[in-house]
Design a binder for this molecule. Structure first.
Ligand SMILES: [Fe+2]
Length: 275
């Protein structure tokens, strides 16, 4: 039997990733695949990249690796560094050392596992790193992605919402998020795939407890909290409630023409956000 672990969307949350690796020690998988978004939306991206690299994982790029490379390659206007919604992203890009940037730069966008080429791993979907697959899609819509990638098993991340869907065209699995789950369960999420000798594949969702207090402490000690301002406030809420806040707040602020301030966030939490 071969065991493959797939994890995604760590988002600079080192305590969550360390807890997952401790859990994986008990399983001793043959292969560990990281399906993108090691970095972004969290303070310890550089440490996360180093740990992933040291464990010999196979890794692909997510949309957040693309954003940080765009910043490093100066594809975004430098003046955005002072915009509240971009300051954190610039800080995270600057935190990556040269070796981590080279590691990220060389990553592919998709992988398949050596002994089963139709078991395909992408970050978002066949369409892009930024278009995720979730429960809102019909079997027919999911089948387009299976067909386009020549996959009988398609494994992805990006949405931070775990999903296990068996369709007549193949199976689509979203492995959820290690560092920032959005399904209401704070624990780190990852998936194990056990390839049995009789050809069957056993799929298991794993949830791992870690101390969110340690992640929040890293917000402070790393300097992220001070630099990221309102973004750090929103990410703290996402960690605690395991629900999305950041994108919703920015959308609400734009629609209501509210400034990106803590006062606006209080109004948003009072009237704009339904739990
Ligand atoms: Fe993500």
């Amino acid at each position: 039997m071969e065991i493959v672990a797939v994890l995604a969307d760590i988002h600079g949350n080192l305590p969550a990733l360390e807890a997952v690796f401790r859990d994986l020690n008990k399983v001793s998988p043959d292969l560990i695949i990281v399906a993108g978004d090691m970095v972004g939306r969290g303070p310890q991206g550089n440490e996360v990249v180093k740990l992933v690299e040291s464990k010999g994982c196979d890794v692909i790029k997510g949309n957040h690796e693309e954003y940080l490379l765009d910043i490093i390659n100066m594809k975004l206007p430098a003046k955005w560094r002072d915009e509240p919604e971009w300051r954190a992203a610039f800080w995270m890009a600057e935190e990556l050392d040269k070796e981590s940037v080279s590691f990220i730069r060389a990553l592919p966008y998709r992988l398949c596992i050596p002994f089963m080429p139709s078991f395909v791993i992408v970050h978002g979907s066949a369409r892009s790193t930024n278009y995720g697959l979730g429960e809102w899609l019909s079997d027919l819509e999911l089948s387009e992605h299976l067909k386009e990638l020549d996959a009988s098993f398609l494994v992805c991340g990006h949405t931070h919402l775990p999903m296990y869907r068996v369709t007549k065209w193949g199976t689509v699995i979203n492995v959820g998020s290690v560092g920032l789950p959005f399904d209401g369960d704070q624990r780190a999420c990852y998936y194990l795939f056990k390839f049995h000798d009789n050809g069957s594949i056993e799929v298991e969702e794993k949830r791992v407890y870690y101390r969110i207090e340690d992640t929040l402490a890293a917000f402070k000690t790393s300097g992220f909290e001070k630099e990221a301002g309102i973004v750090a406030d929103l990410l703290r809420l996402e960690l605690i409630y395991a629900k999305p806040f950041l994108v919703q707040f920015f959308r609400w602020a734009k629609a209501s023409k509210s400034p990106l301030t803590r006062e606006s966030l209080e109004v948003f939490l009072a009237v704009g956000k339904k739990f």
